[in-house]
Design a protein around this ligand. Structure first.
Ligand code: C2E
Ligand code: MG
Ligand code: MG
Ligand code: MG
Length: 276
């Protein structure tokens, strides 16, 4: 009996694996058409200066509006895009759309804000990465100082390569953030070698302000201050978290407490209420 059970568990397991793979392959096929079908959209989440309360920027976050399945989160489709290589055309579309949008808001005379764009490792490692970014800036006419590229710690394991790329971005006047900082096990010594402008504390530390998490957040903020890097806390949901961050003199905040990621028109409405 035990043997039979083992067999059926095994069969059930592989069946499930197969279903997962089929589901993924189908999604990948749909994702291939998503851009041309206009199904990918950007939402923008505001970021605020903690001291002045002023809006400093937005982070562009991709949304996939699947014709049959409805809204699919980036947590679901970005990994598929990365595995299949589709992240290259999608990432370029995101970059171009975000920069075009930032430029358009400036031309409408709204508050000039920084546009943060997430970049995946496949894009970062692409030999044409710098040329792609510069091409987008040229086509859209956005001042490089208002583009902020978000990379993650795990993308910087090849220190020499990362240093070269980050220096090129820096020389062009483009800002760079390290996203989800604190969970990537990377050496801290590289931070001083990389010309980055912002550190984004991983929201996992804020979710539960235990003594070890508060110690980690304090340490990250102190480290960033010593290196003259601005710190952004993301995932701020409660007043308690905000007060904690403000006593530590965290520079900027982003989170549901202030605003969810918003569609373009809602950002425009928000910006129209802010004096320039
Ligand atoms: P991320 O870059 O760390 O973005 C922050 C995520 O936290 C977003 O999830 C945002 O909606 C969410 N968030 C913001 N404030 C709060 C809060 O107060 N509480 C909670 N619980 N969550 C909050 P989202 O939009 O689902 O994106 C997830 C991840 O997908 C992003 O994490 C990023 O790694 C990736 N992603 C999104 N858009 C793109 C893109 O265009 N390109 C690439 N390569 N990755 C993207
Ligand atoms: Mg990000
Ligand atoms: Mg993050
Ligand atoms: Mg994240």
């Amino acid at each position: 009996l035990a043997k039979d059970q083992g067999k059926s568990t095994h069969r059930f397991f592989t069946q499930e694996l197969n279903n997962d793979m089929i589901e993924k392959t189908l999604l990948e096929m749909d994702l291939r058409q998503a851009i041309s079908r206009d199904e990918i959209e950007l939402h923008y989440q505001p970021q605020y200066d903690m001291k002045t309360g002023r809006m400093t920027g937005v982070e562009a976050l991709a949304r996939w509006n699947h014709s049959k399945k409805g809204l699919i989160s980036p947590g679901q489709f970005i990994p598929i895009a990365e595995e299949s290589g589709l992240i290259l055309p999608i990432g370029l579309w995101v970059l171009e759309t975000a920069c075009k949008q930032a430029k358009q808001w400036q031309e409408q005379g709204l508050l000039t804000i920084r546009m943060s764009v997430n970049v995946s490792i496949r894009q970062f490692k692409q030999p044409t990465f710098i040329a792609d970014v510069l091409g987008v800036l040229q086509r859209t006419g956005l001042d490089p100082a208002y583009l902020n590229i978000e990379i993650t710690e795990s993308m910087t394991t090849d220190v020499q390569y990362s240093q070269k790329i980050l220096q090129r971005l820096h020389d062009e006047g483009i800002h760079v953030s390290i996203d989800d900082f604190g969970t990537g096990y990377s050496s801290l010594s590289y931070l001083s070698k990389f010309p980055i402008t912002h550190l984004k504390i991983d929201q996992i530390f804020l979710q539960d302000l235990s003594s070890s998490n508060t110690a980690i957040i304090k340490t990250i903020i102190e480290l960033a201050k010593n290196l003259s890097i601005d710190v952004i806390a993301e995932g701020v949901e409660t007043e308690e978290q905000a007060i904690f961050l403000s006593t530590l003199r965290c520079d900027e905040v982003q989170g549901f407490l202030y605003s969810r990621p918003l569609p373009k028109l809602e950002v425009e409405k928000l910006l129209q209420t802010i004096p320039v």
